[in-house]
Design a protein around this ligand. Structure first.
Ligand code: SF4
Length: 347
């Protein structure tokens, strides 16, 4: 059965009419789904009972369910979601003061295969649908206490967002639209490991979302070691990101997962300054959140604070704006894809 979250407004209106309702009742149903987040047709109180019953014979409200919850001491909450076909994905709620950021996935698994990431360990199984992407916001929102709401959305979970734009763009539209979830575009950031052609398509989308590029290294040879599927030279990725800035006026963030001795050396900082130094951007340093299985297999280590600070200082002295991400949820499968990996390997 299809879920209502998969339908466009026009499809929902047509479905309502097909079951004997009026077009405006399609908007009422949509309101219950996206604004109120109901999961049951019976809760749609202003929709006639007969129409609700008929719709329930043809549709479910949503297609995903929480399969597992993991709450860290710092409040970071990771959710493992079961999809209708039995696949699983992750999304993460990250509270920070008044802000609550939700990180969502766009694919089951990931084809990019970054050496430090659990999500890419077994490749990609399939793209998520637009409904499955947007539903993560509904499901996660329901996990929050009444006095908190999701203030920011980052599309940085499992998968490469630029390789699933057909589903991502309508999902973001639903999340952003006033008659959808209603989240401001400035609060939405999409992260890519760098696909210039798709970044151009993303730039043509209206409204303008924030763009982050997972760079990890400015030197092509080193980057290829960290992101083995990377085939686009760094200079082309940076040029595409800079065009995005030119078109949208949104400053690009470059994400760098730091691995001790691999990409946190002084020469790595110098290469980054040389590549990005003259551009309006921010570099966000993320000391690697170790995934036990990967650390043991590949000999990767999280750098200590002194190394991270020294790297940040070299970038700053080269004129770059730098932020360092605090570790979140370190005690509970915090790295991307880790909860799913643990669940799969213990099954
Ligand atoms: S870090 Fe992101 S792009 Fe890289 S393998 Fe993991 S999910 Fe994919």
């Amino acid at each position: 059965m299809r879920a209502l979250t998969e339908l466009t407004d026009a499809e929902l209106a047509a479905a309502v009419q097909h079951h004997g309702g009026q077009p405006f009742q399609g908007r009422q149903v949509s309101h219950w789904v996206w604004k109120h987040g109901v999961t049951d047709f019976a809760a749609m109180r202003n929709v006639p009972a007969r129409l609700r019953q008929d719709l329930a014979t043809a549709f479910t409200v949503r297609s995903t369910q929480v399969a597992k919850r993991d709450l860290a001491d710092d409040g970071t909450q990771k959710l493992l979601l079961a999809l209708a076909d039995g696949e699983t994905i992750e999304c993460v709620l990250i509270p920070d003061g008044d802000r609550t950021t939700l990180c969502v996935s766009t694919q089951v698994g990931c084809p990019v295969a970054c050496v430090f990431c659990a999500s890419g360990l077994f490749g990609v199984r399939r793209n998520l649908t637009a409904g499955e992407i947007a539903e993560q916001v509904l499901v996660a929102r329901a996990e929050l206490p009444a006095d908190r709401s999701i203030t920011n959305l980052v599309v940085m979970g499992m998968g490469e967002p630029m390789l699933n734009l057909d589903a991502l763009l309508p999902a973001l539209q639903r999340i952003h639209a006033a008659d959808g979830i209603g989240m401001g575009a400035r609060r939405i950031t999409v992260s890519t490991s760098g696909y210039p052609r798709q970044m151009e398509r993303f730039a043509a989308a209206d409204p303008s979302y924030n763009l982050a590029v997972s760079l990890h290294a400015a030197d092509d040879t080193l980057r290829k070691q960290l992101v083995p599927t990377a085939s686009t030279p760094v200079r082309e990725i940076v040029a595409a990101a800079h065009r995005y800035f030119g078109q949208k006026g949104r400053e690009v963030t470059y994400e760098v997962v730091l691995l001790e001795g691999r990409n946190d050396r002084p020469q790595d900082a110098e290469a980054m300054v040389e590549t990005l130094g003259a551009l309006p951007c921010t570099v966000n340093l993320i000391p690697w959140n170790p995934v036990e299985e990967i650390a043991a297999q590949r000999g990767l280590r999280r750098p200590g604070t002194a190394r991270v600070d020294a790297f940040a200082e070299l970038l700053r002295s080269g004129g770059l704006k730098v932020t360092v991400r605090r570790q979140r949820g370190a005690d509970r499968s915090a790295a991307c894809g880790q909860l799913r990996l643990r669940t799969q390997t213990s099954a």
